[in-house]
Design a protein around this ligand. Sequence first.
Ligand code: F6P
Length: 363
Amino acid sequence: MNTSLKRIGILTGGGDCPGLNAVIRSIAKPAMTFFNATVIGILDGFEGFVEGRMRELSHLDVSGIINLGGTILGTSNKGDPFHYPRESATGVTTADCSHIVLENYRRWELDVLIAIGGDGTMNIAYKLAQMGMNIIGVPKTIDNDLEATDITFGHDSALAVATEAIDRLQTTASAHHRVIVVEVMGRYAGWIALGAGVAGGADVILIPEIPFKWKTVFDFVRKRSKGARFSIICCAEGAKPEGGELVVKERDAKRTDPIRLGGIADLVARRIQEETKIETRVTVLGHLQRGGSPTAFDRILGTKFGALALQAASRREFGCMVSLRGRDVVTVKLEDAIRRQRLVPPDSQLLFAARAVGISFGD
Ligand code: F6P
């Protein structure tokens, strides 16, 4: 038994994704069983940490949850403690509340905080580590855009949902000889659109990393309308035409990333129908990609991530993030994890393979 690890805090931050509960379980169960530690669940991410909302978790809380989507702790993408939003008469203002997080960490006598989240959460974790908190990150996000890990958990589940959706859209598009544009998540990284587009057999994939040319897209669907007579376009929410802008649905100053994207598929569909006169429809998958049960892959990866995060805590290896490298789960420095976003590289093997089977990227 490691006596220095008596009280372990866990939080889930940012947008949820399938597999969060698998991680919570694989931290909490061994912590309670082997370290005889008290596990404190911080509610609703950093928002709950600033507000001091936390509670001790029991064995029962973390039993039977490996297959549950969402997070038993709740989450939020609005509580960045370094820019904590407050409503005022003049609108939303932000203040540095990181000292309150530190106070709550001390008040609850935590020996370590394990923060499960995406790039926003890892950035906050890094800054809190600089302030002296013992902190370990676990990378989640359906977008798979975190540097320093080959994959984040949650991504595989989102791919499964998006692939099934494209399979279904294929048959209805074919029956009506239509173009269907399906919008998937992925703000700055096109991993979901690329993966699901390839797996679902999309004809065109539009991703943020490759700005598309309108004419290439129009010509492609025109040509297909004379052969296969239908086309599926899988479009990341962050895709944009050459020289064009991101399509922003909403701005919310309280969010860690104030921009909420959405609407590119509508624009693409409208332009295709206007230019080619081919009947075109839109499906936006939205939060379906984040909800529901994790795939077996995400349950297993989440379990490995959680167990290693606890092990790293027990050897007092703080300021790190657990990560998948090849087939191994390892730890990397938090500063390496936040250096940049993980985008689809131009020399990606999957891009190459997609082009090889005739998929257009509109470039
Ligand atoms: O970062 C994950 C993500 O799912 C993005 O792909 C998407 O743009 C965003 O979260 C949506 O956030 P919200 O649920 O706050 O609308």
